[in-house]
Design a protein around this ligand. Structure first.
Ligand code: AMP
Length: 535
């Protein structure tokens, strides 16, 4: 049996219009059940808005602008005569073909495959193909819904499907196993070296007292390094390093591989840690500099010399044939410390004394780190879970910014103007300069309120965006200010979130570009700097 892509597109439309989680799960599971086994993996990925599975390193390299250009062209040309219906597997094959094109004229060859695909698609199909390719699926089938859908379709407990995903890190692969081998196949899934797992995450703590009352068995406080999360897999001499997104980044980080080889005294291990770029004075460099190391494909040795890395390890999940995730944090820390030297372990203290914790936080920030992590001593390692066993404690920065435009939301946020373009005031010209966008921080009632208000302030609009008179001030919390080639202001916020709507403030009370530039510079007070000239 072969399923038409039209059927998938129709289901996506239905899922998008279904608000209730349970109904979504039921519709999803009905559809998954009707598919041929060979189609399940592709469908699960497409509905989740992914072109390839997570572990798959292939990329399409087709820009958003190109996509829209081809879509417009195919719309103009579209006839009502579509000779033969497109199938799901044909669409998937085209994605693979596009990714496989490399070398001279690859751009136009990619475009022509896409043109012919969209030429065969009707308008509903074309819309979903473009949304998958452009990472704009957002039909409210978040990962949890997909997991429940697979569980229901295969009659497997939800928890087992979740566990398999955390260990395999790959939704498509979990779906394939669940449909092919059912419950037994998922029960066999375990941590295996060189297969990246989903790492444990932390919740934000607002007060240190909150941490102490949550962690009854005691807390370890570690520096929270401002770097990139990595997991290191080691078996004998073979070492592989995976990024937070579970991509294999070993080739870009030969110096780190060498450090692991030199320092880790274990035959087999899976270790969790953070890597930070450092300046010549050993102070951590801003995150952007580190990312230049991660994306590097050429001149790796030169850039490794210019931007050295420092490793900070804080957990161990597997050691010499033994899975450790069910052990307590305390026990895992002992094992970790037994196989590596002190200097690559995260700096930490175990205490419940407020002034000691405060002093340790100050020490972390003064050393150029982000803050602290607070970890419950008795907690197991919960793969992929974000919870109160790990808290992050950061002194966050804030700016009062203007909303100058907003994009219409998708999925759960459809019907709301929910993605806000934020701007600072340029006091020399009176202009407002964009510095970022966010859809985070508002409650449903506030989204409602904001949508109405912004529509009243509308100055122009297109299909996706409404531009407004800049009169709404919001207090925005953020993690870091970065340089931006994209915005005219030259600066962009990282991890912006609306902390409060400031109805009490007028546009002239919004923060200025001068203040933001000063905040940007302040970030370097405790950080290393790198020469602007480095390529
Ligand atoms: P956030 O990205 O703000 O949610 O904070 C969680 C991230 O902090 C983790 O994913 C790690 O990349 C990073 N991190 C830095 N230091 C530590 C640490 N000592 N323990 C755990 N995570 C850490």
């Amino acid at each position: 049996m072969v399923t038409r892509f039209q059927d998938l597109a129709e289901v996506c439309r239905v899922l998008e219009q279904t608000a209730k989680r349970n109904e979504k799960i039921e519709k999803l599971s009905d559809f998954l059940n009707k598919l041929d086994g060979s189609e399940t993996q592709a469908v699960v990925l497409m509905i989740a808005g992914k072109v390839f599975s997570e572990a798959d390193e292939r990329v399409l390299e087709v820009s958003g602008a190109t996509l829209w250009k081809i879509l417009q062209k195919s719309r103009q040309r579209q006839t009502s005569l579509v000779a033969r219906p497109l199938t799901i597997l044909e669409v998937q094959r085209c994605f693979s073909e596009i990714a496989a094109v490399t070398g001279p004229r690859s751009r136009s060859r990619k475009e022509s495959i896409l043109e012919s695909l969209l030429g065969q698609a009707n308008s509903l199909e074309a819309e979903y193909i473009v949304r998958i390719l452009h990472d704009e699926m957002r039909i409210g089938v978040v990962e949890g819904v997909m997991l429940n859908g697979i569980a229901e379709a295969c009659e497997i407990p939800d928890e087992l499907v979740r566990r398999a995903l955390m260990m395999l890190g790959d939704l498509g692969e979990v779906a394939r196993l669940a449909f092919a081998g059912g419950k037994e196949a998922l029960e066999q899934v375990n941590i295996s070296l060189f297969r990246p797992v989903r790492l444990m995450m932390a919740e934000m703590a607002h007060e240190i007292s909150e941490v102490l009352s949550e962690h009854e068995s005691g807390t370890a406080f570690e520096f929270k390094f401002d770097g990139a999360r990595i997991q290191i897999h080691k078996k004998g001499q073979e070492i592989r390093i995976f990024s937070r997104r579970l991509t294999d980044v070993t080739e870009s980080l030969p110096d780190l591989v060498e450090t692991v080889q030199r320092t880790i005294q274990a035959d087999e291990a899976l270790i969790d840690g953070e890597v930070v770029a450092i300046a010549s004075d050993m102070k951590p460099l801003p995150f952007q500099e580190l990312m230049r190391r991660f994306r590097r494909e050429r001149e790796i040795t030169r850039i490794a010399r210019e931007i050295p890395l420092r490793l900070h390890l804080f957990d161990i999940l597997y050691l010499n044939g033994r899975q450790l995730v069910d052990l307590s944090y305390d026990a895992r820390w002992s094992l970790l410390s037994s196989i590596c030297p002190q200097e690559i372990l995260a700096e930490r203290i175990v205490t419940n004394d407020l002034s000691e914790i405060q002093a340790f936080l100050t020490k972390a920030v003064t050393a150029g780190h982000e803050g602290l992590m607070a970890k419950a001593l008795n907690s197991p390692y919960l793969l992929g879970a974000r919870g109160k066993n790990w808290f992050k404690i950061k002194p966050s920065e804030r700016l009062d910014l203007m909303i100058v435009a907003a994009d219409w939301g998708y999925g759960r946020r459809s019907g709301w103007l929910s993605n806000y373009h934020l701007a600072v005031r340029d006091e020399s010209t009176g202009d407002f300069l964009e510095v970022g966008k966010t859809f985070k921080g508002l409650t449903d009632d506030e989204f409602d309120w904001m949508t109405k208000r912004l529509q009243e302030l509308k100055t122009s609009e297109d299909k996706y965006t409404v531009w407004v008179k800049p009169t709404t001030v919001v207090e925005v919390a953020y993690n870091e200010i970065q340089r931006s080639p994209h915005y005219k202001s030259g600066l962009a916020l990282r991890f912006a979130r609306i902390a409060r709507i400031r109805e009490d403030k007028r546009p002239e009370d919004a923060d200025t570009i001068t203040k933001m530039r000063a905040q940007f510079e302040k970030q370097f007070e405790h950080k290393g700097k790198i020469s602007e000239a480095l390529g």
